[in-house]
Design a protein around this ligand. Structure first.
Ligand code: FAD
Length: 387
């Protein structure tokens, strides 16, 4: 019998942890390392749409995700005065799956880590890679702790600022700022919203997403150039002021804006994107997830694409083919799909920010009223395509 594949995953984020389970399920021996001391994450919540839900079903995590998550049928779009402009569906239920489930990021990471441990994967935190030397048979990895081990494959799932990408693919694929930022905070769900609501403001938006009957999170996105540093002590007040500027001081969402003032967990994230062209491997070193293709969150799919990457790689590695053929077939399946979602995610962000002048704002409101539900249906169909 052939020896099981030995695989190192660098990065215990959403993609790395779920991929660990996908690979363990096909019999691989998987080690996961992360440079953080413990599993943690910036940002309160996120959503998995049908593509992400299908992928977590493949690794046996769906039931637990449905237990911790909150099913959301669609999104309501409002103007700053609280007039409902349109409702965008996440699509009809298919295969018994809701169109979208929103949940706590940390809860998801903990579930994914438990599942990977249960599947026999090992973890080492506060650890990174300092060197990889490849020959025909193996990748010899030296860790920051000084010890070494040989692997058949090294997967860089180390996110936007990937060290594996920098060291083995070059500086030219460094993240590119795309001119927007997100402010995020967890808040009480006072208005008992059951599905996300978006308030289009002047040059950006406020999105409220329920996590449960008691809690929700606010994501505020706004065009912002440069990379200003903000004093952590003032983050809540700055987020509040940005939100106020977006709504023009209207009463709509005033309760949530007030809660932002006392939020303790404000995360500020300038948006950057990464696109590494074909192929996402150099010999036995591969990059996946945000390390290869960071998108904006406008299709709610960066995490889903990372999970899909791992599921598709496991499917290809399970076939009776060489490692190179598995890598090439992985790329053939992933590249067009990820590129389409990546590009649409950037276009959607730019469309939202184009709403600063009174004329552009009016055009944006009309777009949300009439055209956005159709654009959204395109996204639904794109995400529902088999991967
Ligand atoms: C505001 C916002 C909202 C979003 N909302 C959604 C959403 O609703 N739905 C969705 O699908 N996506 C969403 N996304 C995108 C999603 O968060 C990312 O696409 C996803 O987290 C990528 O997963 P990943 O595993 O590739 O990278 P990450 O989650 O970034 O994980 C990378 C891991 O690598 C580790 N690491 C980094 N460097 C090293 C190193 N040198 N050595 C070892 N370990 C290292 C890090 O500590 C981290 O644990 C959102 C993003 C943002 C910014």
């Amino acid at each position: 019998m052939a020896e099981p594949l030995k695989i190192l995953i660098v990065g215990a984020g959403i993609g790395g942890l779920t991929t660990a389970s996908a690979l363990a399920q096909i019999g691989a021996r998987v080690d996961v390392i992360d440079d953080k001391p413990e599993i943690s994450v910036a940002g309160v919540g996120f959503g998995l749409r049908i593509n992400g839900l299908r992928a977590v079903r493949e690794i046996g995590l769906l039931e637990k995700v449905l237990e911790v998550g909150h099913p959301a049928p669609g999104i309501d779009n409002y103007d700053p005065d609280g007039n409902l402009l349109s409702t965008m569906s996440y699509g009809s239920q298919e295969e018994g799956l809701p169109g979208c489930v929103t949940m706590s990021r940390l809860a998801f990471l903990e579930l994914a880590a438990q599942q990977a441990l249960h599947n026999g994967c090992t973890f080492r935190m506060s650890t990174t890679v300092t060197d990889v030397t490849q020959d025909e048979d193996k990748a010899a990895v030296t860790f920051s702790s000084g010890d070494q081990a040989d692997y058949d494959l090294v997967l860089g799932f180390d996110g936007l600022n990937s060290q594996i990408r920098r060291d083995y693919f070059g500086e030219k694929y460094a993240p590119r700022p795309v001119g927007g930022v997100a402010w995020r905070a967890g808040l009480p769900n006072r208005r008992k919203i059951m599905q996300p609501i978006i308030c289009q403001g002047y040059g950006g938006k406020i999105m409220l997403t329920p996590l449960s009957a008691e809690t929700m999170y606010m994501v505020l996105t706004v065009a912002e150039e440069g990379r200003p540093r903000y004093d952590p002590a003032n983050m809540a007040q700055i987020m509040h002021d940005r939100a106020l500027a977006l709504t023009g001081g209207s009463e709509f969402l005033a309760d949530a804006l007030e809660d932002v003032r006392s939020a303790e967990n404000v995360a500020y994230t300038p948006y950057s994107t990464v696109w590494v062209p074909y192929p996402w491997f150099r010999g036995r070193v591969m990059i996946m997830g945000d390390a290869a293709h960071t998108m904006t969150p406008y299709l709610g799919s960066g995490a889903a694409m990372s999970i899909e990457d791992g599921v598709v790689l496991a499917q290809e590695l399970a076939k009776d083919q060489s490692l190179l053929d598995a890598q090439l077939n992985f790329m053939k399946r992933r590249l067009p799909r990820v590129r389409a979602v990546h590009d649409r995610s950037i276009e959607a962000m730019l469309e939202e920010f184009d709403s600063v002048t009174p004329e552009a704002f009016r055009a944006r409101i009309e777009h949300l009223r009439h055209d956005e539900p159709i654009a959204n249906e395109y996204a639904n169909r794109l995400l529902r395509m088999p991967y």
